[in-house]
Design a protein around this ligand. Structure first.
Ligand code: ADP
Ligand code: MG
Length: 618
């Protein structure tokens, strides 16, 4: 059954149920705090865990907000139909990790250890109670029932032991106590259990010192968890594991976070915050469904699940929470946007994330690479978005693959290595590192031993255009018409060569009119016969990206055909120009098509191209 595959440790079902209870208490607590007609006694709110060995039942009772019939149906009844399940079936296992792990299937984890689950619940401000019973994903029933107190009681009928699995442990008080301590210690409401311990029987006054002491069972209700939320604890008391447990309990992700940050600020504004940088991209990260934001608490009470205003888009991958005493509980979503405290907190958090990423980059490059692999694209997008408003914040965090270092490098590292005479930061755009390596346009720059950054993502060139320069060095595409490499002498040479073949070049330009804006002698090509270069701001790669946009304005690069006059092919071109004009036109078209193919641009007429190749062969 699918539920069994979600978690490796069955014991976490208890964490899931307790966290639901805690959420439900949060909700009623919040109601009480914002509604004067309700009084809230903290002592009245708790979760109780109890067992019955004979019946093989484990019961969780909470004094939370409860559920009405519709809520029962919606919240617990729809797993079989839920989007997550459909998604799971369509995308069995992607990238080697189980996608379902990323969904909140919390409640259903109960079926990992139980054959039957009975939920009796009485919603706040209602006289009716409801009983929901289910034996798994196949269905459920709801009936009207009876319950005195508002809240929810969940009874699990624990499975019988099998050959390879013992379920008895979920009826054992010590084991349950240990599980609660491990996963739910930070829950802010008491988790109570009746704990039976053996106590020595009180001896009569006149008892002989040598008589064996007698023991009796004493059952006492005890609170198992420490109840101090992790963010209120002292950093020095906490281990990385504690933070990771919290990350899992909160369902921030099912991976192991790359880094956690614990912030406690006690100044003009006061707040505690725990932030995580996840390792894996949430499956829907680059889609519209993804919602960024941090959990927002006002003095320990959850007031918002995903407060988007706390995170800039370019750090939308960050998970975590903020708790501040200075925020009003009654604040509405709209007002929150203009809340001065919140704006300040958001600003601090942004700074903190930036500096944490910077130190990760400096101190643990391997981990930073891992992070960048997942979320680098978002940072580059951040450079580009909002007209480059955030480029200062982000330019030192982005990386590109380097032709000489054969790994990801930062712009600072590139500039550091630049020889004195090198004027520009060179980059090449293409689908993959392998494709770029074979690009004819890289020949001259590589020949000079200059480092080239490989731009393999759509966003790369756009963000670099927004950046314009880095440490006063301009960026230059190896495909741009002027590479800024030729000496005055070389420029002259190219000009005279163009002059010598002036008519030939004019004729090619004529044949390719409307396709290229100019035809030139290439100085960058060493071994290849032709390539395309772009003049102006729109590069060929950008043209490709823009053409794919739904509302594309048919923006095209201003293309220049460059011909390598040192290549044998140029001799044939010259011969045909002198003797056979038809052949010359054929060659000109072929060279142009070749240049398009090398660039990965579509041929306008592949059939004509194929016919042209045949003409050369026969
Ligand atoms: P999640 O907690 O991620 O929403 P769950 O499957 O754990 O997903 O729970 C589904 C929903 O059922 C919860 O969001 C909540 O509305 C409701 N629910 C579960 N347990 C309780 C409870 N003890 N009291 C009130 N509502 C509950
Ligand atoms: Mg849950």
């Amino acid at each position: 059954m699918m539920i069994n595959s979600i978690y490796t440790h069955k014991e976490i079902f208890l964490r899931e149920l307790i966290s639901n209870s805690s959420d439900a208490i949060d909700k009623i607590y919040y109601k009480a705090l914002t509604d004067d007609t309700i009084t809230f006694n903290k002592e009245d709110y708790y979760v109780k865990v109890s067992t019955n060995q004979q019946e093989r039942t484990l019961t969780l009772t909470d004094t939370g907000i409860g559920m009405n019939k519709e809520e029962l149906e919606q919240n617990l009844g729809t797993i079989a139909k839920s989007g997550s399940l459909a998604f799971k079936n369509n995308n069995e296992i992607k990238d080697g990790h189980d996608i379902i792990g990323q969904f909140g299937v919390g409640f259903y984890s109960a079926f990992m250890v139980a054959d039957q689950v009975t939920v009796t619940t009485k919603p706040f401000a209602s006289d009716e109670a409801y009983v929901w019973v289910s034996e798994g994903v196949d269905g459920y029933t709801i009936e009207t029932g009876h319950k005195d107190e508002v809240g929810t009681e969940i009874v699990l009928k624990i499975k019988e032991n099998t050959e390879d699995e013992s379920y008895d442990e979920y009826l054992d008080q010590h084991r349950l106590q240990a599980i609660i301590k491990k996963y739910s210690d930070f829950i802010r409401y008491p988790i109570k259990m009746d704990i039976t311990e053996q106590h020595p029987k009180e001896q009569p006054e006149n008892a002989d010192e040598n008589t064996e002491p007698e023991f009796i069972d004493v059952t006492e209700e005890k609170t198992i968890n420490s109840m101090v939320p992790i963010w209120r604890k002292n950093k020095s008391e906490l281990t990385t594991e504690d933070y990771e447990q919290f990350y899992n309990e909160k369902h921030y992700g099912f991976d192991k976070p790359i880094k956690h940050v614990h912030i406690s600020v006690d100044g003009a504004i006061r707040y505690n915050s725990i932030l995580f940088i996840p390792q894996q991209i949430p499956f829907n990260y680059y889609s519209k469904e993804f919602e960024k934001g941090l959990e927002l608490y006002s003095n320990g009470v959850l007031i918002m699940d995903k407060c988007a205003d706390l995170l800039p888009d370019y750090f939308s991958f960050v998970k975590g929470m903020v708790d501040s005493e200075d925020l009003s509980l009654n604040i509405s979503r709209e007002l929150l946007q203009h809340d001065r405290q919140l704006t300040l907190i958001a600003k601090n958090i942004k700074k903190k994330i930036k500096s944490e990423l910077q130190s990760l980059l400096k101190e643990d490059r391997e981990k930073y690479n891992e992070f960048f692999e997942s979320f680098g694209r978002q940072l580059k997008y951040g450079v580009y978005s909002e007209y480059g408003m955030h480029k200062e914040d982000l330019q030192d965090l982005i990386m590109f693959y380097s032709s000489t270092e054969k790994k990801m490098v930062t712009l600072a590292e590139y500039v550091e290595r630049m020889p004195e005479e090198q004027k520009f930061i060179y980059y090449a755009t293409g689908e993959s590192n392998e494709r770029i390596e074979k690009m004819p346009q890289t020949e001259l720059v590589a020949d000079k031993d200059y480092e080239i950054l490989y731009f393999t993502e759509d966003i790369d060139e756009f963000s670099i255009q927004m950046l314009m320069n880095y440490k006063e060095k301009q960026f230059k595409s190896v495909s741009s018409s002027d590479l800024g490499l030729e000496s005055e002498e070389e420029k002259k040479e190219a000009e005279t060569e163009t002059d010598e073949n002036k008519e030939l070049f004019a004729e090619i330009k004529n044949i390719l009119s409307g396709k290229v804006s100019d035809v030139k002698v290439s100085k960058r090509l060493k071994t290849h016969p032709v390539c395309l270069a772009a003049a102006g701001d729109v590069s060929i790669e950008m043209e490709k990206v823009l053409q794919q946009m739904p509302d594309n304005q048919n923006v095209k690069a201003d293309k220049i055909l460059e011909i390598n006059t040192q290549h044998e092919v140029f001799e044939s071109l010259k011969d045909s120009f002198a003797g056979d004009k038809e052949k010359f036109a054929l060659y000109a078209n072929l060279l142009y098509s070749q240049a398009l193919l090398i660039e990965g641009l579509p041929l306008q007429d592949p059939v004509a191209f194929s016919n042209d190749v045949c003409k050369v062969m026969v």
